[in-house]
Ligand binder design. Structure first.
Ligand SMILES: Cc1cc2nc3c(=O)[nH]c(=O)nc-3n(C[C@H](O)[C@H](O)[C@H](O)COP(=O)(O)OP(=O)(O)OC[C@H]3O[C@@H](n4cnc5c(N)ncnc54)[C@H](O)[C@@H]3O)c2cc1C
Length: 390
């Protein structure tokens, strides 16, 4: 006989695991999490872990703000390090339009409880000399943003899920087919059949679209290559954990990594990848093209030996905002629009609210529901990587 669950969550990444955790805390009933490989295998453990509440829309700001707290609270609850380091974060404006847009966002963020300020180049030079401020009109800054160490995020939420009696975490368990059955669903996996009242599609950049297609639901989650390098040693100024910085127009960001630095970049010419393959081939040709740009913005990185380089598939949505919805009875979709490290804990929290109570009280519908993609689009998160246009 098939095992029976209140809900089957497909995908053991940051989103699926945090949703399972929040549902268990609500006493929702029996929960299965099916993960094709291992918990955290996908984008989650390959990410850069940049965490900010300085988003470009109400939803982005709130999800970032709530997630910061949730990461820290989980660390305390487990009696382990949270993996989060508070460093502060500068988002650098290159153009007049960017400066205007950034300044307009200051008030929205303050209304959402996020401390942030505009910093002129002269002040920037004094506080954070690693950046060549002469190239910028200034930056928006939050003192409470920072970064997480992705392996610790994956460890903590996997451990938290694993110790909940209500949750069965099935690794090496691919969901191959989902069919409606009575008032619920029958989920066919490589480890057997599960009967359930509800299914959550949290299958990330390499699965969300296919999972939706199993039930004729279009899920506009795409994947593109994104790449990271680390430098073993750099002259860190200020010493130790220097603040994060993101040159938005260039799609390049830098954070501390032990005694060195980590740099992430997206090639704006990168196209959506529909192959279903993991995009793990590092693009050295683009690396060489982008190198003069980052060496000019962060001169202390110039000529420094690279200690690691990797590429991976990052998720994105057409407006860079999340999907939190129930497009058919009992079938839920959760996607992070490429911001699943900075939003994951809060996305899990609001998805659990939607599953359990039928509503998401604190976020505007037009920034989270699938219907926004078929009508006139009102919002987008303006603080995002240069993802391919749909
Ligand atoms: C290089 C890189 C850097 C990034 N940097 C940042 C950053 O600095 N800050 C930030 O906020 N975000 C960042 N991101 C994005 C972030 O990592 C993702 O948004 C987030 O991890 C998405 O989480 P997820 O749970 O939706 O997806 P995933 O972590 O990909 O999890 C989905 C899981 O579903 C599983 N799955 C898929 N199909 C099936 C199936 N049929 N059956 C069973 N299991 C299935 C997959 O194996 C996978 O483990 C980065 C991403 C990359 C690639």
């Amino acid at each position: 006989m098939a095992a029976t669950y209140e809900i089957v969550i497909v995908g053991g990444g940051n989103l699926g695991l945090w949703t399972a955790y929040h549902l268990a805390r609500r006493g929702f009933g029996r929960i299965a999490v099916c993960e094709r490989y291992w918990a955290g295998f996908g984008a989650t453990s390959r990410s850069a872990g940049m965490i900010r509440a300085q988003g470009g829309s109400e939803t982005a700001v709130k999800l970032g703000h709530w997630s910061l707290e949730l990461y820290q609270r989980l660390g305390q609850e487990l009696g382990l390090g949270s993996g989060f380091f508070e460093t502060g974060y500068y988002i650098l404006a290159s153009t007049e339009e960017e400066e205007k847009a950034f300044r307009e966002l200051l008030e929205l963020r303050r209304r959402c409880g996020v401390e942030n300020e505009w910093v002129d180049p002269d002040e920037g030079k004094r506080r954070f000399p690693m950046v060549d401020w002469d190239r910028f009109r200034g930056a928006v800054y939050t003192p409470h943003d920072g970064y997480v160490h992705p392996p610790i995020v994956a460890r903590n939420i996997t451990y938290a899920v694993h110790r909940e009696e209500a949750i069965d975490l099935f690794e090496e368990c691919t969901v191959e087919r989902i069919e409606p059955a009575g008032s619920g669903y029958r989920v066919h996996t490589t480890r057997g059949v599960l009967e359930t009242g509800r299914v959550l599609n949290a299958a990330g950049p390499r699965g969300a679209r296919d999972l939706g297609a199993m039930l004729d639901v279009q899920v506009p989650v795409s994947a593109a290559r994104h790449q990271i390098i680390t430098f073993a040693e750099v002259d860190q100024q200020p010493p130790g954990r220097f603040p994060l910085s993101f040159a938005l127009s260039e799609g390049i960001y830098v954070r501390p990594e032990e005694q060195g630095a980590l740099l992430g970049m997206s090639n704006p010419e990168e196209r959506a990848d529909r192959s279903g393959r993991y995009q793990i081939a590092y693009d050295w040709e683009y690396h060489e093209r982008a190198r003069p740009v980052w060496e000019a913005i962060w001169p202390s990185l110039a000529g420094k030996p690279i200690s690691r380089a990797w590429a991976a598939s990052i998720d994105y949505t057409p407006d860079h905002l999340p999907i939190i919805d129930e497009p058919r009875d009992g079938f839920f979709v959760l996607a992070a629009g490429g911001h699943g490290m900075m939003w994951g804990p809060a996305l899990g929290m609001v998805m659990a609210e939607l599953i359990d109570e039928g509503t998401v009280a604190g976020l505007p519908d037009e920034e989270i529901r699938l219907a926004r993609f078929s009508g006139e689009r009102k919002s987008r998160d303006s603080i995002a990587l240069p993802f391919p246009e749909e």
